[in-house]
Design a protein around this ligand. Structure first.
Ligand code: PAF
Length: 321
C-alpha cells in the first residue's frame, strides 16, 4: 500500500463507528497505516488481516471475519462484486448488493475497515488484458461446470492482495494474512498457488467450514432448499464423516460405500466425490479404496438437490490436524 495524504470521509475520522468505509486503494493505504501505527505495541510485529468478499454477507462470512479479528490488530474486509468470475452476465447483474446490511454484520464481527471500491478502481483500464491462469487446478471439479470462473477469481484476488498489503511506509513491521473459507476448497488451493507462484508476501489462512447441528455445511444456497431437500442433503456430510472416521482409524476408505450412501438418497444427485491431494487436487488413487489409509488427503463432493448445487469437503488424516 502506498501512503498518501489523510483520506476524506470515514477514513478521516478514526473515532467514527467501525468499520470505516473507504472506496479507493489510496484511502485504504492511508487508513490502514494509521490504524496499524496506533495498535498497542507488542514484542512482535503488528498484524493486518484481509478478508476478501463479494458482499451479501452471511454467517459464514462472519466466521471468516471473526477468525481474522482473533489474529490481527487491523481487519480489512473488501466488498467487491467481481464481474470477471461470473459465467453469466445476468447472474452478475442480479447478485445482491446491500452495503449497509454488510456494514452492520461487519460491525458486529469486529471489522475495522470495509474497502468497497467501484469497478474502475479495481480495473482502471477496463477489462484487464493481462490475465492470470489457474491452469489445470481451475479446470476440474467446479471449474469444469464454470469455465473461466477461477481465472476471473484470480484476477481480483491478485489485485486485492496487492492493494491491501501493508505499506512499506508503515513505521512498524507488519505481518500480513488473508482469510479464505475451507468451504471453497478449490478456490483456496488456487489462491495458495497464486501466492506461492508469484511470491506474494501474505500468509493464506484457511477458516474451517461451519456446519449446522445436523452437519450441513453453511452456504448462502441453503436458503433455497425446502426442508425436505435440506434434510436429504445431510447425506453429503454423512458420507464425508464416514470417510474421515475411516482415515483417522487408518482403515481403507471404501469410497464406493460413501458414494452408495449418497446414491441411496433419491433427492440428491451426485456430481462428484473424489479423494485428492489438498494442494494439487490430483486424485489419490493409491490408498483410498482397499488399502489402509495413510497420510493426508482432501475429499471433495458436489451434488444437486432440486435446482440447488451444493459443494462440501473434508480434510482427512494428517491433513485434518
Ligand atoms: O469467495 C468469494 O467470495 C470470491 O470468490 C472472492 C474470493 C471474494 C473473490 O471475488
Amino acid at each position: 500500500m502506498n501512503t498518501t495524504a489523510p483520506p476524506p470521509g470515514d477514513a478521516g475520522a478514526l473515532g467514527a463507528t467501525r468499520p470505516l468505509l473507504v472506496r479507493t486503494a489510496a484511502e485504504l493505504a492511508a487508513l490502514g497505516s494509521r490504524l496499524l501505527a496506533q495498535a498497542p505495541a507488542t514484542d512482535g510485529p503488528r498484524r493486518l488481516g484481509l478478508v476478501p468478499t463479494m458482499g451479501a454477507l452471511h454467517a459464514g462470512h462472519e466466521h471468516l471475519v471473526s477468525a481474522a479479528r482473533a489474529e490481527n490488530d487491523v481487519v480489512v474486509v473488501s466488498v467487491f462484486v467481481n464481474r470477471l468470475q461470473f459465467d453469466d452476465p445476468a447472474d452478475f447483474e442480479r447478485y445482491p448488493r446491500d452495503l449497509e446490511a454488510d456494514r452492520a454484520l461487519l460491525a458486529s464481527a469486529g471489522a475495522d475497515i470495509v474497502f468497497a471500491p467501484e469497478e474502475p478502481e479495481i480495473y482502471p483500464g477496463g477489462a484487464p488484458l493481462v490475465r492470470l491462469s489457474s491452469g489445470t487446478l481451475g479446470e476440474k471439479f467446479e471449474g469444469a461446470s464454470r469455465p473461466g470462473h477461477f481465472d476471473g477469481m484470480l484476477a481480483v484476488v491478485a489485485k486485492l492482495l496487492h492493494i491491501a498489503q501493508p505499506s512499506s511506509l508503515t513505521p512498524v513491521p507488519v505481518e500480513y494474512s488473508a482469510y479464505f473459507g475451507q468451504k471453497d476448497a478449490q478456490q483456496l488451493a488456487i489462491v495458495r498457488r497464486l501466492v506461492t507462484d508469484l511470491s506474494y508476501p501474505v500468509r493464506i489462512r484457511a477458516v474451517p467450514i461451519v456446519r449446522s447441528a445436523e452437519g450441513l455445511a453453511l452456504s448462502s444456497r441453503n436458503q433455497f432448499l425446502t426442508p425436505e431437500q435440506a434434510d436429504a442433503a445431510l447425506v453429503l456430510s454423512r458420507a464425508l464423516f464416514l470417510l474421515a472416521d475411516r482415515a483417522a482409524a487408518h482403515e481403507a476408505l471404501m469410497i464406493d460405500e460413501a458414494e452408495d450412501l449418497i446414491g441411496s438418497q433419491p433427492l440428491v444427485e451426485l456430481d462428484y466425490l473424489e479423494v485428492v491431494d489438498p494442494d494439487t487436487l490430483e486424485p489419490l488413487a493409491f490408498n483410498c479404496r482397499e488399502t489402509p489409509f495413510t497420510g493426508g488427503a482432501l475429499v471433495l463432493v458436489a451434488a444437486r438437490t432440486g435446482q440447488v448445487r451444493l459443494i462440501d469437503n473434508m480434510l482427512l488424516g494428517d491433513a485434518a490436524d
